[in-house]
Design a protein around this ligand. Structure first.
Ligand SMILES: Nc1ncnc2c1ncn2[C@@H]1O[C@H](COP(=O)(O)OP(=O)(O)OP(=O)(O)O)[C@@H](O)[C@H]1O
Ligand SMILES: [Mg+2]
Length: 495
């Protein structure tokens, strides 16, 4: 970066000032960028203008012109190493200032350490949030702090177009009308070449100085870095400083590139997560329209089932639910209960196929203490537990004949007697039974009592096999994947 070395009159120490803006004001008054010692010159003595790659010294008043090589000059184009006088001060113009660059090993080590510290902090902040808009603002604020840019933009490619998604300024505020504030030409170049780019002084740059956006925006320094994740360019970082030319160094570009690759990975995950959440939301709304409580279904056969459930739910009529394994028989039983006046009372499930035959009776009706070996205390059965509610007899086809008669009696008389007891108890229950066998066939084969069959089978709901439900199947599969995926914090595969 160019600079001026000032040698004040007398024994004063020389000072170095960077020419880091388009116009550097020089004079004794305190609002100047370069303040001359008191009484050594005029309040507004001169300024140095940077334009088209050249630095020009301009003295507005003829009376106080600069002295260059012994000649009075109102305007003079400066060359590297040139010495001139302003009032009582001697000044040297240096095009490439060594003192300002971090050539000292300790300084560059310190800078490196601070970069890595902020990279680490930045990665941690990014990982602490999944919410994309917060993530992006955090990203840009960190980048501004790191690079000294006065504004930063994050552009994401959406449908092939690079749109400004977040724009922040140095005060951590959101910029409005941000799309207008970036140079389309620079963005297009970085996207087409896929490489990061520093533009030291856009207005003087051969390739960009004619670009309307560059001219209109009076751009100075720009750094633009693509965001790539897994061979895809997601977008880019665009950093600008509109007052200072030559603001961004190659070293800084390396650091921002490391930031960009970390950010791109985290961003890619966050975007994928956002997309999935949107899909889940969309599916949930689709499911909402095509569901009956917990049961999903839009096919004709299921709509018919829903109608029947609505019609019989509020009655105490026994319902037999038939259907292959996994067709949702238990869901139907619960729907009947939930839509009845018994909804606030227990819904008790008993799986007739899962209990050893010798324990079935006590499981159903309870037992008194000492009724059999191991009956150490009097206990209620499922019938008593379901009092006031619904008893769901699942896998009813597995029930042994010996017990069928007792169940029939309990249903007919609405009373049960504990094993080992003599006293019958009143129970108020609604029976819903389910089977994946064809119960009529079992009756015909003599394995199921006909009288019990007719008791249970006042209404039959025959659930269609999943394979006959058309698109419902996809809806159910997606719904279950989404629900379980969310519960396990896993990303379900797309269906
Ligand atoms: N139409 C549906 N909508 C939503 N979930 C369903 C549907 N059908 C089945 N399921 C889900 O599938 C699983 C199996 O359902 P359920 O246990 O009710 O079937 P079942 O007919 O009782 O099966 P089984 O004969 O194996 O006992 C459950 O997790 C249930 O939530
Ligand atoms: Mg079941």
């Amino acid at each position: 970066m160019a600079s001026l070395i000032i040698y004040p009159p007398g024994a004063g120490e020389a000072q170095v000032v960077s020419l880091d803006r388009r116009v550097v004001q020089i004079g004794t008054s305190p609002e100047n960028d370069l303040i001359l010692p008191e009484d050594s010159g005029e309040p507004h003595h001169a300024h140095i203008l940077y334009e088209k790659g050249e630095y020009t010294l301009i003295c507005p008043s003829k009376a106080h012109a600069a002295l260059v090589a012994g000649k009075r000059r109102k305007s003079h184009r400066l060359s590297d190493g040139e010495v001139f006088e302003l009032g009582d001060c001697l000044l040297r113009f240096v095009l490439y200032d060594q003192g300002i660059q971090a050539t000292d090993e300790t300084t560059s080590q310190d800078a490196g350490e601070s970069y890595f510290r902020s990279l680490h902090g930045f990665a941690q902040k990014l990982m602490a949030t999944y919410e994309v808009s917060t993530l992006l603002e955090t990203l840009l604020d960190e980048l501004i702090a790191l690079t000294g840019a006065d504004k930063a933009f994050l552009l994401l490619i959406e449908d092939g177009v690079a749109n400004v998604r977040v724009a922040r300024n140095i005060d951590q505020e959101t910029l409005h009308n941000a799309q207008m504030a970036v140079s389309d030409t620079i963005v297009a170049r970085v996207l087409s070449e896929g490489n990061p780019l520093i533009v030291a002084d856009a207005l003087s740059h051969e390739d960009f100085k004619t670009s309307l956006s560059v001219v209109n925006l009076k751009l100075c320094s720009v750094m633009c870095v693509p965001l790539k994740a897994r061979a895809t360019t997601l977008g880019l970082f665009y950093l600008g400083n509109d007052n200072v030319v030559n603001h961004f160094s190659e070293d800084l570009l390396d650091v921002v590139s490391v930031f960009a690759s970390t950010a791109a990975q985290i961003l890619a995950n966050a975007l994928a997560r956002d997309e999935l959440l949107a899909q889940v939301e969309d599916l949930e709304s689709q499911v909402e329209v095509n569901r009956f409580g917990e049961i999903i279904g839009a096919c004709d056969a299921m709509r018919d089932i829903f109608k029947k459930i609505s019609r019989v739910a509020s009655t105490d009529i026994s319902v037999l639910v038939e259907g292959e394994t996994g067709t949702g028989k238990e869901l139907v039983a619960r729907a009947l209960h939930d839509r009845s006046n018994r909804a606030g009372k227990p819904f008790v499930v008993i799986n007739c196929g899962a209990i050893p035959e010798n324990l079935l009776e006590s499981e159903f009706f309870g037992h008194v203490r000492g009724a059999f070996t191991g009956a150490v205390a009097t206990q209620k059965g499922k019938f008593q537990a379901a009092d006031g509610g619904t008893l769901f007899l699942d896998e009813i086809g597995e029930m042994p004949l010996s017990l069928q008669v007792k169940i029939l009696r309990a249903i007919q008389e609405r009373t049960v007697t504990k094993v080992g007891d003599t006293k019958a108890e009143q129970v108020d229950i609604r029976i819903v039974a389910a089977t994946n066998r064809h119960l009529q066939d079992q009756v015909d084969e003599g394995n199921f009592r006909e009288d019990l069959f007719y008791r249970l089978n006042v209404i039959t709901l025959t659930l269609p096999p999943l394979r006959e439900r058309g698109d419902d199947l996809l809806l159910i599969a997606r719904y279950l994947l989404g629900r379980h995926g969310q519960a396990m914090d896993m990303t379900p595969p797309a269906l």
